[in-house]
Design a binder for this molecule. Structure first.
Ligand SMILES: C[S@@+](CC[C@H](N)C(=O)[O-])C[C@H]1O[C@@H](n2cnc3c(N)ncnc32)[C@H](O)[C@@H]1O
Length: 197
């Protein structure tokens, strides 16, 4: 069954505007971690015809939905069948990947997931390749809006291991990933671009 998350439909256009630059040619092979419904995968792969997009997720129902979005998009082998992947516990998907994209994962999962994502990306990205993350973050330990304070509290109430992550803490996970861009996005979110050194 094809799922549709309202936030994903809302944020896909502003994210695409950034990805067109960050994942410009000669970027070719992109891995998406935590693809969710699959709407991002279908939308981004359709809009950037130079890319081959590999979606993944940990939830079986999401894998079905991702493939349903892909079938509708009719992009053939440029949008690959979704793979089951747990960023915290699975061996990282073998690269080299020209780019890795991950939206709205690290605040809504335990810290071990962020560690798995960043360490794995450092091992599997081609040199210079970007890890692009999207979501809410704190900067120097400070929230960027009152609404993010409330959101952080609601996340921690759902699961004490969840919470809005600090940009510096993410940047400290792997010395092989250098934070090169922090782009303010609508609704108090950011895109972070880390490059494999
Ligand atoms: C808030 S949704 C974001 C989905 C999508 N990236 C988006 O922005 O629309 C979080 C996603 O992370 C996935 N997820 C949670 N824990 C994960 C893990 N350990 N490894 C990989 N994916 C995970 C969930 O199944 C879900 O699809």
């Amino acid at each position: 069954m094809k799922l549709q998350f309202p936030a994903t439909s809302r944020n896909r256009d502003p994210i695409l505007a950034v990805l067109r630059e960050v994942l410009a040619p000669p970027t070719a092979r992109v891995l998406e971690v935590a693809s969710g419904s699959g709407e991002h995968a279908a939308f981004f792969a359709a809009a950037m015809p130079w890319l081959t997009w590999q979606p993944t997720d940990v939830e079986a129902a999401h894998l079905v939905s991702i493939d349903a979005w892909a079938a509708e998009a009719e992009l053939g082998p440029r949008l690959l069948p979704a793979l089951a992947f747990n960023a915290a516990t699975d061996p990282f998907l073998p690269g080299p990947w020209d780019g890795i994209f991950c939206a709205n994962l690290v605040h809504i999962s335990p810290w071990a997931v962020a560690e798995g994502l960043f360490r794995g990306a450092a091992s599997a990205l081609a040199p210079g390749g970007p890890l692009v993350t999207y979501g809410p973050y704190t900067i120097d330990g400070k929230h960027t809006s009152d609404s993010n304070v409330a959101f952080d509290e609601s996340l921690k109430a759902r699961d004490p291991r969840w919470g809005v992550r600090d940009v510096a803490a993410l940047a400290a996970i792997s010395p092989e990933l250098e934070l090169t861009q922090r782009i303010a996005m609508p609704a108090n979110n950011f895109i972070l671009v880390f490059r494999r050194v």
